[in-house]
Design a protein around this ligand. Structure first.
Ligand SMILES: [Zn+2]
Length: 261
C-alpha cells in the first residue's frame, strides 16, 4: 500500500532534512516519481495532516494526483522539481529565524505551495505562451499565466473530489487564510516579479534587522550585547512580513540548485 514506504526506499529518504539530500538518487529509484513518499515524510514531520484535520490516506491520494499532474516529459519542471523545492522549503522552515517567524498556517502553505508550484508545466515560458496566443494566456489575460495555471489547477483538482480534498475538514476561515497564502507563494515564483519581492524583503526585513544588530553592537562595538530576540520576533511575525518571508522562502527553494547543492 502507499501508506508504507517500501524498505528499499528508506535508505534514499533518510537524509531528507539535510541540505545535501540527493533528490536525483531518489528520482532514479522511484522511476521519476519521488514526490509521494518524500512529501509524506516531510508533511508528517511538520504535522500538516493534524493541522488540516485530514487523514493520511486522503493526503496520500492527494499527493498521488499532484505527482501525476506534473508532466513526465518535461525534463526540468516535473514532479522531481516539485519534490525538490518542497524538500528545500522544509530545510528552510527548520532554521531558527524562520521558526521564530512562522505559525502552522505558514508552514503548511509553504510546503503545499512548493508541492504544487509548477503543476502541469508545459515547458514553455510566459512570454512564449502570450506570443503564440495559447489558451492559458487567453484564460489569464496574459497576467502571471503559468503561475496562475499551476495554483488554479491544484485547487480545482483538490476540491472536485472529496477523496483527495485535504481541505474539506477545515473551517471556512482557516481554509480561506491557507488558500490565500498558497496562491500567494505560487504567484511569487514568477521571475518577472523577482526584484519587487526581493526589494520589499530587503527594505522591510533585512534593513531593520541590520539596524537592530548595529544598535546592539553599540558605539564602536565596545558595549556589544546580543540582539533582542523579542524585538526580532515582533518584526518577523507581523502579517505583512510573514507573507514576504514565505515568498522569499519559496523563491530561494525554487532556485536552490545553482546555490551549490
Ligand atoms: Zn519551480
Amino acid at each position: 500500500s502507499l501508506r508504507d514506504t517500501p524498505d528499499y526506499l528508506l535508505h534514499y529518504l533518510e537524509n531528507d532534512d539535510n541540505w545535501n539530500f540527493d533528490i536525483l538518487a531518489l528520482e532514479r529509484v522511484t522511476d521519476r516519481k519521488p514526490m509521494v513518499h518524500l512529501a509524506m515524510r516531510t508533511l508528517r514531520r511538520f504535522q500538516v495532516c493534524q493541522y488540516l484535520q485530514c487523514s493520511e490516506d486522503t493526503m496520500l491520494r492527494w499527493l498521488q494526483v499532484i505527482q501525476d499532474h506534473y508532466r513526465a516529459d518535461n525534463c526540468y519542471h516535473n514532479a522531481t522539481h516539485g519534490a525538490d523545492v518542497m524538500q528545500c522549503s522544509a530545510y528552510f522552515l527548520s532554521r531558527d529565524r524562520v521558526r521564530l517567524a512562522f505559525d502552522e498556517t505558514d508552514e503548511a502553505a509553504s510546503l503545499l505551495g512548493a508541492l504544487v508550484h509548477d503543476l502541469d508545466h508545459p515547458g514553455r515560458t510566459n512570454p512564449f505562451l502570450i506570443n503564440c496566443r495559447h489558451r492559458l494566456a487567453l484564460l489569464y489575460n496574459d497576467i502571471s499565466v503559468l503561475e496562475s495555471h499551476h495554483v488554479s489547477l491544484a485547487f480545482q483538482l483538490t476540491t472536485k473530489d472529496d477523496r483527495i480534498n485535504i481541505f474539506k475538514n477545515m473551517s471556512t476561515d482557516d481554509y480561506k487564510q491557507l488558500r490565500q497564502s498558497i496562491v500567494d507563494v505560487v504567484l511569487a515564483t514568477e521571475m518577472a516579479k523577482h526584484f519587487e519581492h526581493v526589494g520589499k524583503f530587503a527594505n522591510q526585513i533585512l534593513a531593520p534587522l541590520l539596524a537592530m544588530e548595529e544598535e546592539a553592537e553599540g558605539e564602536g562595538g565596545a558595549a556589544s550585547q546580543p540582539i533582542s530576540e523579542e524585538e526580532v520576533q515582533e518584526l518577523l511575525t507581523r502579517p505583512e512580513n510573514r507573507s514576504l518571508i514565505r515568498r522569499v522562502l519559496i523563491k530561494c527553494s525554487d532556485v536552490s540548485n545553482p546555490a551549490g547543492r
